[in-house]
Design a protein around this ligand. Structure first.
Ligand code: SF4
Length: 218
């Protein structure tokens, strides 16, 4: 069963529970589950109504992702920030503005040329680190975005994105940042998250070096 099929089945189970069922005597085969989204637009419409985890109760907006659907570079962060949750738009807030500057001033490409998204599509309370259960519910969406866009380079922004994308939970990001790793058909480079840079401006030189590595691969 693919991750998206699991999500569909889980969604169906939640719907049955909401209707009052407490258990199932009969298993409904997947062939009776509605067809899976084929395009990013279809996926975006589905995700906009997602209630697979408790974050759906506290979010204001689902922030799906934005950019060029044929992007060579895909940036993946952890989860939307407060401003992004408020507006439903990426690049909102200081962290988003810094990311846009990193892309345009160092990679030397318009921000519309890359694709930006997050592991989780809903804000976490007080911007806390997502739980493994929340990531398990939401990660199939980002995996489908990767499969559809097929970027050549994936940039994992921060520890949460790096750990959950690669499964390298015991590897600190500062040990691998700037290193070019294999990720399926793509290359993956991890670097610090812009919000970390806002708190630790001295780390900007490392991120600058990581972005130069990425620029050399374009
Ligand atoms: S975080 Fe992901 S899985 Fe959870 S409700 Fe939002 S879109 Fe659904």
């Amino acid at each position: 069963m693919t991750p998206i099929e699991k999500i569909r089945l889980l969604k169906l189970l939640y719907q049955y529970r909401a209707m009052g069922f407490e258990y199932f005597q009969e298993y409904r085969p997947l062939s009776s589950v509605p067809s899976l989204p084929q395009t990013l637009e279809e996926l975006k419409r589905d995700v906009a109504h997602c209630h697979l985890c408790a974050l759906s109760k506290s979010r204001k907006n689902v922030v799906f992702g934005a950019g060029n659907l044929r992007a060579k570079v895909m940036f993946i962060g952890d989860n939307p920030g407060a401003n992004e949750d408020e507006t439903g738009l990426l690049y909102a807030g200081k962290s988003g503005e810094l990311l846009a500057k990193m892309i345009e001033n160092v990679l030397l490409v318009p921000k519309e040329e890359v694709y930006v998204t997050t592991i989780l599509k809903c804000k976490t309370p007080q911007n806390r680190v997502p739980t493994p259960e929340e990531v398990a519910c939401c990660k199939p969406y980002v995996m489908q975005q990767i499969q559809t866009i097929k970027p050549q380079i994936i940039v994992a922004l921060g520890s949460t994105a790096f750990h959950h994308l690669t499964g390298e939970y015991d590897t600190p990001i500062d040990r691998v940042r700037g290193t070019v790793l294999n990720f399926g058909e793509a290359k993956l480079v991890a670097t610090f998250h812009p919000s970390f840079l806002l708190r630790n401006p001295s780390a900007k030189k490392e991120v600058f070096a990581d972005l130069l590595t990425i620029r050399s691969m374009l």
